[in-house]
Design a protein around this ligand. Structure first.
Ligand SMILES: C[S@@+](CC[C@H](N)C(=O)[O-])C[C@H]1O[C@@H](n2cnc3c(N)ncnc32)[C@H](O)[C@@H]1O
Length: 350
């Protein structure tokens, strides 16, 4: 049985709901903002029960956007995003497991009525995320690609990132949550079907992920948030030894010519406000929390991520790249995640 077939079996047959998971790797511990809780309450219980995500894949400014969800499962994130992109937007979910797709499809009409849309803005397609080229999707056609706890399961992660780059519009972004390890996972653990299915042993060592992303066309991946996974299952703990696992959300902008490091050109931005639910401060990533009205010095890449994307109308921009002042302070190369648990990440999914 190849990797994809054993993952299909795990998500199609072994697991019936998030309560069947043996660890909390596929579990979202992030504090969900109030307005999203309200939208999540509109999701059908069967779809919600088969949610196996590990983060909150909801970037700002989604109204009217075309979004692709890689490994959409039972469709929980697609139905959340459906409400956020609105009736003029579009959400496509791709998954390879028939049982998961059947749950997602079964409730299309239910959600259309619940959201009060004349026509559904969501579709689901069967496919492999490393072979998106087989789905006939147009190049440069999605504003945003999301994914939630899936890429670690793919046997060809570089192909997934390459395909995402091809399908994104320039200025678009891949915004996704996944599991990472603090070191390379030994081959014998990768062969373990339960550890792999639970989103642990397929996880990339974080620095291998960064290099893979760079090769796929995303030179400056931005970490948005992260948390260490608290693995309480003793049998699994014994098997994984000292490997530390993290759930992390990254955003990868498709911008031609981004530099591999944060270079300082003396540029700055000011957030003018106006982004829904980010009225007072806008978070570009973990290290860029931009308060409304405050001058914020940025590197050349951050400047471009705001200037050449859907965020442009909400910022004032200062400076150009005529003069280079060296490397931007804080452009690090050590473990990017916090090892301390911020909140009890107890077993069982939310
Ligand atoms: C951990 S679940 C996450 C599902 C969904 N994103 C969520 O948050 O509930 C992993 C999902 O990814 C799908 N998947 C895994 N590898 C895949 C691949 N190579 N191509 C397409 N789907 C895949 C599985 O079928 C499963 O539905």
């Amino acid at each position: 049985m190849n990797t994809n077939d054993s993952v299909k079996e795990y998500y199609g047959k072994v697991l019936q709901s998030s309560g069947d998971l043996q660890t909390n790797a596929c579990c979202t511990a992030t504090d969900t903002p109030h307005h999203l809780k309200q939208l999540l309450a509109n999701i059908h219980p069967e779809v919600a029960a088969r949610y196996y995500g590990c983060g909150l894949v909801r970037p700002d400014l989604l109204l009217g956007m075309r979004v692709l969800d890689l490994g959409s499962g039972s469709g929980r994130d697609c139905y959340l995003l459906s409400q956020l992109v609105g009736e003029q937007g579009y959400v496509l979910g791709v998954d390879m497991t028939e049982e998961q797709l059947a749950v997602a499809d079964r409730h299309l009409e239910w959600h259309r009525q619940k959201f009060g849309f004349a026509k559904s803005n969501v579709e689901f397609r069967k496919g492999y995320i490393e072979h998106l080229d087989q789905l006939g999707l147009e190049e440069n056609s999605f504003d945003i690609i999301v994914s939630n706890c899936v890429i670690n399961l793919s046997p060809d992660k570089e192909a997934v990132l390459r395909e995402a780059y091809r399908l994104l519009k320039p200025g678009g972004e891949l915004y996704f949550s996944d599991v990472y390890a603090d070191r390379r996972v030994p081959a014998e653990l990768v062969k373990d079907k339960v550890l792999y299915g639970e989103c642990l042993s397929g996880a990339l060592y974080w620095n291998d992920f960064l290099n893979l992303a760079k090769r796929a066309g995303f030179p400056d991946p931005r970490l948005v948030e992260d948390r260490p996974l608290a693995i309480e299952n003793q049998q699994i703990l014994v098997r994984i030894g000292h490997i530390a696992f993290f759930s992390a959300t990254y955003r990868l902008f498709k911008l031609d010519g981004l530099e591999s490091h944060c270079e300082d050109y003396g540029q700055a931005v000011v957030y003018r406000g106006g982004i829904a639910h980010a009225e007072h401060r806008f978070q570009l990533d973990k290290h860029h929390l931009l308060e409304k009205g405050r001058i914020f010095p940025v590197c050349g890449n951050s400047y471009r991520m705001l200037h050449e994307s859907r965020f442009n109308p909400y910022f004032d921009f200062f400076g150009n790249t005529d003069t280079h002042y060296g490397i931007f302070e804080g452009c690090g190369s050590t473990l990017p995640f916090d090892k301390t648990v911020q909140q009890p990440a107890s077993g069982g999914c939310c």
